[in-house]
Design a protein around this ligand. Structure first.
Ligand code: F6R
Length: 331
């Protein structure tokens, strides 16, 4: 029997503990010094790259980029390490980026549950972690994130033990009430998430959750850039736009939410620092906002799990020129 989306989110603690205990890299990760790191992936898989980018921003001496596209920048070449993340393993953009990385002689690791990515990883002896099947990509976030952290640990780029020790926050009994408050606040509005660069991945995750689960248009804005353009748009009034400030307690985010309130907008200021561990805050609030978007969908009689338009788009891609580039020919 297929699981409903809410049940998947409610299992995040168990899924996380399982991933921490049981996931292993199949194959050997090269220990050679790397010149840079690429995280490739789209949507619910791609968000992992955004999180890792922000996590390592002030921690490593090599450049890190996220790629959400078919091609890689020219300067990614031999010496670089590429982590390709695709839950289904069949996302065309990620397959292309992986192919291109191999062709350029970059080192690779793959994170997937199945599909072409798994097939290619086995065929071309690329190290991989196979995550559990049976979820939708956005609900598999803890699995994809922890699998990626395992690769980073092998590369000696990060030690996630503090995060693993804090996973109990996922069982916090306040989650359902906070999720309710947020879904009641959003109601029929267009939610705009505003946060800082560090928490951009969380803002993006929240936006994506309201897009995919509640079938709403939603946007994310990031300070300090927000203060140089978008802020002016808030001088006007809108009947159905609400702001949600993901506030890590910084002076500037406190300024932002008060500024919006003073301009008469409906703003929800969410204090997101439940821990001093970045990843703990990310996973906790991803669960809260995920559940709140599911609750909102259910309250409107919408199926939160179904993403018809994404399937339609992928079907279009399958028959597009891009899909006709044969992977093996490119190698
Ligand atoms: C669906 C979802 C999408 C997918 C995206 C890429 O739950 O979240 O955003 O993640 O279409 O597909 P995958 O993750 O299979 O590479």
């Amino acid at each position: 029997m297929t699981q409903d989306l809410m049940s998947m989110y409610l299992k995040w603690y168990e899924l996380s503990v399982h991933a921490v205990n049981d996931y292993r890299v199949e194959g050997e990760i090269s220990r050679e010094l790397i010149e840079g790191l690429v995280l490739s992936g789209m949507g619910g898989s791609g968000i992992v790259g955004d999180v890792i980018y922000s996590l390592l921003y002030d921690k490593v001496d090599i450049p890190i980029i996220t790629i959400k596209d078919y091609s890689l920048p020219k300067w990614v070449k031999k010496g670089w390490f590429v982590i390709a993340v695709s839950y289904s393993g069949n996302t065309l953009e990620t397959i292309h980026a992986m192919t291109e990385s191999l062709r350029r002689g970059a080192k690779l690791a793959v994170i997937t549950s199945d599909g072409k990515l798994l097939e290619y990883a086995k065929t071309y002896k690329i190290p991989f972690i196979k995550v559990d099947e049976g979820y939708v990509p956005r609900a598999a976030f803890p699995l994809l994130l922890i699998a990626t952290l395992k690769i980073l640990e092998e590369l000696n780029l990060y030690n996630a033990s503090k995060f693993y020790e804090s996973l109990g926050v996922l069982n916090d009994n306040k989650i359902m009430n906070v999720a309710d408050e947020i879904s009641n606040f959003v109601g029929n509005s267009i939610p705009i998430f505003i946060t800082n660069s560090k928490y951009y991945p969380l803002g993006l995750r929240c936006k994506n959750e309201f897009n995919e689960n509640a079938k709403l248009i939603s946007k994310v804005e990031v300070i300090p850039e927000w203060g140089h353009n978008d802020i002016v748009g808030w001088e006007s009034r809108y009947s159905n736009v609400k702001a949600i400030v993901l506030n890590d307690g910084s002076e500037i985010l406190n300024y932002v939410w008060k500024h919006l309130r003073d301009y008469g907008h409906e703003v929800k200021n969410v204090e997101i620092n439940i821990s001093d561990d970045y990843l703990t805050n990310i996973i906790y609030w991803s669960k809260v906002f995920g559940i709140s978007s599911i609750k909102l969908a259910l309250s409107k009689g919408i199926n939160p799990k179904e993403t018809k338009s994404i399937s339609k788009y992928k079907e279009f891609l399958k028959h597009s020129k891009l899909a006709r580039i044969n992977f093996r020919e490119k190698m």
